[in-house]
Write a new protein. Sequence first.
Length: 418
Amino acid sequence: MAMMRQSAGEGALLVISLAALGVVVGALTVALDLAVDGAAAVFGTCGRLGWLLPVAGFATFGAYRALRLDFSWSTAQVMEAVRDGRPVPAPLAPAIIVGTSLTVLCGGSVGKEAAALQMGAAASEPFRRFLPGRLSRLLPSAALAAALGAMLDAPLAGAVFSFEALRRRPQSAADVFAPVATALVAWGVTGVAGVRFLAAAPLVLDAAALGAAGGAALAGGLAAGLLALLFCRALLALRRGLAQLGAPVFALAVGGVATALVLGYAELFHYEGLRAFCGTGAAQISVALSGGDLPWWAFAMKAALTLLTLAGGFKGGEIMPVLAIGACLGVALADGAAALGATEVAQGVLAAAVMAAFFAGCTNCPLTAGMFVLELLGPGALAVSAPAVAVAFLIARSVSLYPTSLASRSGAEKPVSG
């Protein structure tokens, strides 16, 4: 009887802790969203802030030093710590909000979602002391699920990601309950606050539209897989090269100056439109999925700016830019199909499929990609996206932005952790 009461008490304490963690992660997600969106709005009105990107990097480095944080903390390292049961320092939560906001303020191409993963894992640390060891281990991965699910407006995708990216199999009902419950609570908090990833309507496709999109989606998956290989390898090569400079401030200087020069000369020669490819990439995703106009080279420009920013060591997330690159690639492929006379292929459908495929290729998380599309755009989009996701995953399965997604595979290339 005493053991039953103890078990019931621990179960109640776990539920309370998960709910509280979900509320905290949701509130922090709202704060991150407001800070980054505010920074993006300021940069949109004053593009010359791009010249100050190196200064933003130095200021972020100083903030990490002031908080006694190792500047090398990245999303990849946070996920490794969660997988291995190591603590993630709580001050990382405010630090990544400040760092991501400064990067976006000065024109860096980073997102919120991977930054939210760092923030969520850091926020889980104070809660772990209230639970016994076998239950406290559930909190960090639950926080990852909550952060990603709340920011992407897809709580079940966040829960799937917490298993897939860490290469963990659930061993008990609690293993499944923890990330799902925490993600739903955090998602509810952000929903009340009005934080939305995209205001996209579900894609409704008939049999003819599904058939027309299916072949194009397979070709899109092939292109997405090849581009994911190129993107991850290029990021690894750039990071290795900049690491030879020694201290992180030198990488920040090189990456920041290179990005600033690209943006500065674009403005000098009246190509101010390139500034639209800075920041998170949410605008490009929205345009792509709604069938709006984007230049065919949009994916290449977004990829180039993202590579420069991430390789330089600037703080922020990888996931939103990856989704934007994929969506823009889908637009380019739809334009190519239209030029060849295949006008029946809808741009929004192909953009959704290639977006999911490129995410799967860059993260080795195809199940997360599928669940994300299902939650965001409905079963029709999933039916088109699933073959593309599978093809891209098979092509790019030797690389990943996150080392934990490759940990169980022999022969995989060294991941591109920061």
